[in-house]
Design a protein around this ligand. Structure first.
Ligand code: SF4
Length: 330
């Protein structure tokens, strides 16, 4: 695909017109050498929808390890032999602590994530109860508690959780290679239920787990069809003891290509770069915004250390961008 065509696609995307699937397939087939040429167009699409504003989100691992599911990449699966921490659902004090950390660091969204195929109903109630006792003060609340039903979503929504996170993980055509204990359809169903309950949905996936470029696009198009609001992008951190422990990190250019492709496929949806940002992109990680990302996760990841939010704020300022913050200035 030549430069003129890429710029035409950017112009069309800026006007709210999503590219033809055949054009996206052409983009997916670009070589890594051509990736940096894609950035100006992907950045223009991001700017059209988000201007100079990007957002930060952070998570707390609310329940760790001993998960009955067999996701090939996950340190928390009981099928893997890893040294990831194992603990039951944290108490409300720890959930509040995470929210204070978000507020003190100007982090726009805070999520409680729990391991497991689904959180038992009594524990969903405990999490909802904790959220219902927190004031917002600039922070929006999210939860990631596995495969839930309509009743659970209503509880979370009424407690002030406005967004539910549930990744599709990977393209449907690759899903069975990654997980056999639940289906891609189970994940789609959860996303549909969360939307039906009136929640905003954050759903994306993990890259570097053996998917092809066309499967990256397949996932992007599935998320577009589900009309999710935000797409978290994770890059594999191979963890000893998991089935994917021997996978190699993605090249920084491949990561940028994945982000750009998703930006073109998803138009004005949020794209948030999460786990594996620094490890896979190395020195190039600040370029994620120029590839089309509208946000990043800051602080620690579920089972791996991340970046200090103040460092991420400094990076955002140096790039001439501003971090979205609706609370009081600290
Ligand atoms: S990704 Fe979630 S469902 Fe899969 S093994 Fe890890 S904690 Fe369990």
């Amino acid at each position: 695909m030549d430069l003129k065509k890429r710029l035409e696609m950017a112009e069309a995307a800026k006007a709210g017109q999503l590219p033809e699937i055949s054009d996206l397939e052409e983009l997916a087939c670009l070589s890594e050498q051509q990736v940096l040429d894609l950035l100006p167009a992907a950045n223009a699409v991001r700017r059209r929808f988000f201007g100079d504003q990007v957002h930060l989100c952070c998570i707390v691992n609310g329940k760790s390890g001993k998960c009955s599911e067999d996701c090939a990449f996950c340190a928390q699966s009981a099928h893997a032999k890893t040294s990831a921490p194992v603990y039951p659902l944290i108490d409300s004090g720890k959930i509040f602590q995470g929210a204070s950390y978000a507020r003190e660091n100007g982090v726009h969204r805070y999520s409680v994530a729990a391991s497991g195929g689904r959180l038992p109903k009594a524990e969903v109630r405990m999490v909802a109860e904790a959220f219902s006792r927190m004031g917002g003060e600039g922070v929006h609340y999210c939860a990631s508690l596995g495969i839930l039903d309509a009743e659970d979503f209503a509880l979370l929504r009424d407690a002030g959780v406005d967004r539910y996170h549930h990744n599709l993980e990977t393209a449907e055509s690759h899903f069975k290679e990654i997980c056999t204990t639940h289906s891609y359809g189970d994940r789609v169903q959860t996303i549909r239920e969360a939307k039906k309950a009136g929640m905003s949905v954050c759903a994306g996936g993990l890259f570097g787990i053996g998917e092809t470029d066309l499967q990256v696009l397949e996932l992007g198009l599935a998320l577009r069809d589900l009309d999710v609001d935000s797409v978290p992008v994770n890059f594999l951190l191979p963890i000893k003891g998991t089935r994917l422990e021997k996978s190699s990190a993605l090249s920084p250019l491949r990561c940028l290509k994945i982000i750009s492709l998703l930006r073109f496929a998803l138009g004005g949806k949020e794209i948030v770069i999460c786990g594996g940002r620094e490890t896979n992109l190395e020195e190039l990680h600040p370029l994620v915004f120029y590839a089309g990302a509208s946000g990043i996760m800051t602080g620690d990841y579920l089972t791996a250390p991340g970046r200090n939010p103040q460092k991420d704020h400094a990076m955002i300022r140096r790039l001439g961008l501003t971090a979205l913050w609706e609370g009081k200035a600290e």
